[in-house]
Design a protein around this ligand. Sequence first.
Ligand code: HEC
Length: 171
Amino acid sequence: MKHLYLISTLMLHSALPMIASADDAGPRDSAAIERGRYLVGIGGCNDCHSSGYAEIGEVMPESERLLGSGVGFAGPWGVSYPANLRLSLAQLEPEQWRQRIRAGGLPPMTWPSLQMMTPRDQQAVYLYIRSLGAAGHEAPSPVAPGQPIPTPYILLEPLPPNDASAMATAQ
Ligand code: HEC
């Protein structure tokens, strides 16, 4: 009898919604948030979405991370800006998060990597970023190809080698 009670409690518990806000994060959510922190770390998300992280790395406090960047990435797609993920995710319900990932977008965002994460890992990333709370302001809107660029930007454009001897071997 005692066993049955235990099993039904466990089943009931696992039927509870997985998504909860950071305020009422239970032990299950804490584990998912930890997993999300790990995935965001190894996924390199901070390198683009946290201004300055690429230079200083892990000493950047978490409170200052994932706030987006006003320095664009320019290429044949126009100019894209790493979004403020803390604002983006604060506005998305879990289902909308999955849809947002599926929809994809512009380079050099690593859309394929995010899309190939398991649904469980995508959810962990969601829970982790939401646990940081909404902060900062929106990144600039993307600029269409050929339009004036109102911000500093990094040009992602292949250039030919400028070493004459390398040029000879490259051809
Ligand atoms: C090489 C730079 C780069 C890396 C690395 C990167 N991103 Fe991005 N990300 C961007 C850019 C640029 C955009 C804007 C793309 C667009 O406009 O479609 C973006 C957009 C997004 C968006 C869309 C936000 C919105 O409001 O629509 C999400 C979500 C996102 N990134 C999550 C991540 C996660 C999670 C990781 C790590 C797994 C990551 N990004 C890694 C550059 C990057």
